[in-house]
Design a protein around this ligand. Structure first.
Ligand code: PLP
Length: 439
């Protein structure tokens, strides 16, 4: 592993001991935790307290689209901190308006207002409230293979094990989305998968009663559930069904938005226009916690005369707003979204195809831009998922070689920052190759 000069006063062991004494971690049994220490980063590289470097092919929680420590974003935050570090949401401050304008510049026509939140979960939470208030209906349809965040309605809308503590929430209905590799619909082509998933969605709408359904909430490309690319016709079909039954569409672009797929929004690649868009992560790469909802003019107008009964102390926080303005400006000026598209097309796609040709443990590769998954199997014919024990070994083999991976279930998600270079992708592919060979 390469070594960067250590700049910390602490050893890794000291940092871990302090963490284990006082920090309660997310999504984990606390007892056996030994978190990887990180102290600093630049671009696609991070390092620990002792100067050991890692290629960050996780983008942390798939949120560092602009890379670590982008100087323009750090400078933007510092400048705003000197001017005014915090104000109440009821006041107007120029930087907040600028952030909202920068965001809506990349949204579809007729979506001109932004409600700011603290992150992605509360973005979905408030999008759901807006949809319910706008339609006067209650139910939200979402998918089993999805994650929408760890708060009330957002966790209830989530489809997998993560929703269990909230399973008693009312008015949430789940459907299966398309996923040809493990089709719920016995389909054997993308077109058939799309048609049958749409049929299942329409039958669910009818069975639930369309007049009771406020919104269909979808991650445009389900992320933590496996980078599940929508097959041809699916997204356009969802829009057509929503229009037929008078239901709103909320697209959750928290993970897939702001350049990750090689487009500003993931839905730019599909024939669908949402009514509400939930965003967070890539909007400012998480330099300051923020998220929000982009609202159609029609829905925003609902609240011209009527109070929207919601708000957050830090909605549109000036430091978050400054980081959004600096981040989107840098992405525009430096062609960072275009870089993500090029990297996906010319480097990650062929790199993963070469790995799949060599390693029979790779069952399927899928994705676009800097948003990819390798689905790993014990047997290519039966598609039996690679065991948790082998996934653990693989993860260890990658970290040992200086690559920070994103793993979920039986998958490695290949999700570097959108600023990643061809040389860094080449190095990562060599590391994936060695680790898969070791397996
Ligand atoms: N929606 C999606 C698609 C996500 O991937 C996530 C987080 O990973 C969230 C919502 C929740 O965002 P946050 O953790 O900022 O609340």
């Amino acid at each position: 592993m390469n070594s960067a000069p250590a700049s910390s006063n602490h050893s890794n062991e000291e940092t871990i001991a302090l963490d284990r004494a006082h920090v309660f971690h997310s999504w984990s049994a606390q007892g056996a935790l030994k978190p990887l220490v990180l102290e600093g980063g630049l671009g696609s590289t991070v390092w620990d307290d002792e100067g050991n470097e890692y290629l960050d092919f996780s983008s942390q929680l798939v949120n560092i689209n602009i890379g670590h420590q982008h100087p323009a974003v750090i400078a933007g935050i510092k400048a705003q901190a000197d001017l005014m570090a915090t104000i109440a949401p009821a006041h107007a401050i120029n930087i907040r308006g600028e952030a909202a304008r920068k965001i809506t510049d990349h949204a579809p026509e007729g979506m001109n207002k932004v409600f700011f939140t603290n992150g992605g979960a509360d973005a979905n939470e408030n999008a759901i409230r807006m949809a319910r208030l706008h339609t006067g209906r209650d139910k939200v349809l979402s998918r089993y293979r999805s994650y929408h965040g760890n708060t009330g309605s957002a966790i209830a809308a989530t489809g997998d094990w993560r929703r269990i503590p909230n399973e008693y929430s009312r008015a949430h209905v789940h459907v299966f989305g398309p996923y040809l590799y493990r089709s719920e619909f016995w389909a054997d082509s993308p077109e058939q998968e799309s048609d049958r998933a749409l049929h299942h969605l329409e039958r669910t709408i009818q069975a639930e009663g369309s007049e009771s359904i406020a919104a269909i909430l979808l991650e445009t490309i389900p992320g933590t559930a496996g980078v599940l690319m929508p097959p041809p016709g699916y997204m356009a079909g969802v829009r057509a069904l929503a229009d037929k039954y008078g239901i709103l569409i909320i697209l959750d672009e928290v993970m897939c938005g702001f350049g990750r797929t090689g487009n500003w929004f993931a839905f730019d690649a599909f024939d669908i226009k949402p009514d509400l868009i939930a965003f967070a992560k890539g909007v400012n790469s998480g330099y300051v916690p923020v998220g929000g909802v982009i609202i159609s003019d029609e829905i925003a107008a609902t609240f011209d005369e009527r109070v929207f009964p919601g708000g957050l102390t830090y909605s549109g926080h000036p430091l978050a707003a400054a980081s959004i303005v600096a981040s989107i400006t840098a992405m525009e000026e430096e062609g960072i979204v275009e870089n993500a598209a090029m990297i996906g097309r010319d480097h990650i796609a062929p790199g993963l195809a070469a790995l799949a040709a060599k390693h029979s443990s790779i069952g399927e590769i899928r994705g676009s831009g800097v948003f990819w998954a390798m689905e790993l199997v014990a047997d290519r014919d039966t598609r039996e998922p690679l065991s948790a024990a082998n996934m653990g070994k693989l993860k260890g083999a990658l970290v040992k070689r200086g690559l920070l991976p994103f793993t979920a279930d039986n998958r490695i998600h290949v999700v570097p920052p959108a600023v990643v270079t061809p040389a860094e992708v080449e190095r990562a592919m060599a590391i994936y190759d060695e680790a898969l060979s070791e397996l």
